[in-house]
Design a protein around this ligand. Structure first.
Ligand code: ASP
Length: 439
């Protein structure tokens, strides 16, 4: 068995956290490839090293004094090094970074140094080899991640190696310029490494014991999710679950490698398994509930719309022309509704309305704002009768007016639109009917 383990920023924020990660790695010799993030927050109003690096670089870019902030960053690492009793020094590395900041090496380079330095510390602490991600993770000229070339280069480099530490979050263009993924991108690196070494499992160690059925800010002590499929997670993550970067499932998904989300502070917890498919039934009919407020519905009416070929395309073109992406498009016989993010749409709404008139000649357009969308997701829905019935009777009993319903033909999820102010009540009602009533 071969495991790739990724540790998030809070799992590596201090020497004490590093020790926990080290113990986890050494307790299982199958944990051979390690992907660290940059040091995160040690306490709630602490700063993440990545944020400090962005701030520091912005000062450098403006020609202002950045040495003090860089010094603060250096002491974060020095505390870890001393706390672990290591004899390495990052002095020369910091001299190079300072010089490159002065020469305006770019924001991506700056941000990537958090993971780069933490990788050096981690490799020294574990006694593993350090492999710089800039040498093995490749972006193309357009700035897109080059998955196939990376897979070849990284697979080649790691084959035959017993262990290695590969820093998360960044790679490089062919000419060596560093490029980062979006924030939280070390999760993606872990997945890329797992694919390249054909790992049996990708363990993602963080500060929670996996995914929860619902947001703990809304539901007190929600139950955890033991097993979730990649598809279910997509439906939930795009609605705002924040444990794992939403792009992190793609590399491992190609090889059917499961992801196990684990808690560095509670390694005894089994966490959540993310898998391609499973015959394990989830404990409840639903696997999870997630949602977001701040949507707007644009309701377009036109008599005989159902028989007009191309109507939908013309309407959607009006959104595309203004660079607005849509979330859902439920439709009736003579109506079509487009759900969009209110903050993206607000400034452009009149432009979109006139474009719809110009392109599709509707009878009327009606816009409603301050809406929330809730996704109720579960592979168990397919084989269970009455799921939708239970959701809507729970919402009716909670006095929540349902404004929109959308169920994909996969029967994996039901999307419900409600007013922003009903958002939390609706989630509590759905959680109660599927989970609390089954406890
Ligand atoms: N350190 C980076 C961030 O704060 C990447 C990561 O932690 O995954 O976003």
């Amino acid at each position: 068995m071969k495991k790739v383990v990724k540790f998030g920023g809070s799992s590596l924020a201090s020497a004490e956290q590093f020790r926990k990660a080290g113990d986890i790695i050494h307790s299982d010799e199958e944990r051979r490839f390690v992907v660290p993030s940059a040091p995160g927050k040690r306490f709630s109003n602490d700063s993440k090293v990545t944020d400090m690096l962005y701030d520091c670089y912005h000062l450098a870019e403006q020609g202002r004094n950045f040495e003090r902030v860089l010094g603060d960053i250096a002491s974060r690492y020095q505390d870890i090094i001393e706390g672990l009793g290591l004899s390495i020094s990052l002095k020369e590395e910091f001299a190079v970074i300072e010089k490159n900041f002065r020469e305006k090496a770019g924001e991506n380079y700056a941000a990537s140094r958090g993971e780069y330095l933490n990788g050096i510390v981690m490799a020294a602490y574990l006694g593993f080899e350090f492999v710089d991600a800039a040498e093995v993770i490749r972006f193309n000229d357009k700035g897109d991640f080059d998955s196939e070339l990376t897979n070849q280069m990284l697979g080649g480099r790691l084959s035959g190696m017993e262990n290695a530490v590969i820093p998360g979050f960044y790679g490089a263009y062919e000419d060596g310029r560093v490029k980062t993924f979006s924030r939280g991108g070390s999760d993606i690196t872990g997945s890329i490494v797992a694919r390249a070494v054909k790992a049996d499992v990708y363990e993602n160690w963080t500060d929670v014991s996996g995914f929860l059925i619902a947001d703990p800010k809304i539901i007190e002590n929600p139950q955890g999710i033991e097993t979730i499929t990649y598809k279910e997670l997509r439906e939930l993550s795009y609605m705002g679950a924040s444990v794992l970067h939403e792009d992190a499932i793609f590399p491992v998904r190609r090889e059917g490698i499961p992801i196990n989300i684990r808690n560095t502070n509670k390694p005894e917890d089994g966490g959540t398994w993310i898998v391609e498919s499973t015959c394990q039934k989830s404990r409840y009919t639903i696997t999870g509930i997630a949602g977001k407020t701040g949507f707007c519905s644009v309701n377009i009416e036109k008599a005989m719309m159902n028989s007009e070929i191309g109507f939908g395309r013309k309407v959607l073109q009006a959104f595309e022309d203004s660079g607005i992406s849509f979330e859902h498009v439920p439709s009736g016989i003579d109506t079509m509704t487009v759900f969009v993010h209110q903050d993206e749409f607000m400034d452009k709404e009149q432009k979109v309305v006139s474009a719809i008139h110009r392109l599709a000649d509707p009878d009327g357009i009606d816009i409603e704002g301050d809406l929330a969308l809730i996704a109720v997701v579960g592979r168990g829905m397919k084989s269970t009768r009455g799921t939708a019935g239970r959701i809507f009777s729970a919402l009716a009993h909670a006095n929540v007016n349902v404004k929109m319903i959308d169920q994909g033909s996969s029967e994996l999820n039901i999307i419900i639109g409600v007013a922003n102010e009903d958002f939390e009540t609706a989630i509590r009602a759905i959680y109660a009917i599927f989970v609390i009533s089954q406890l």
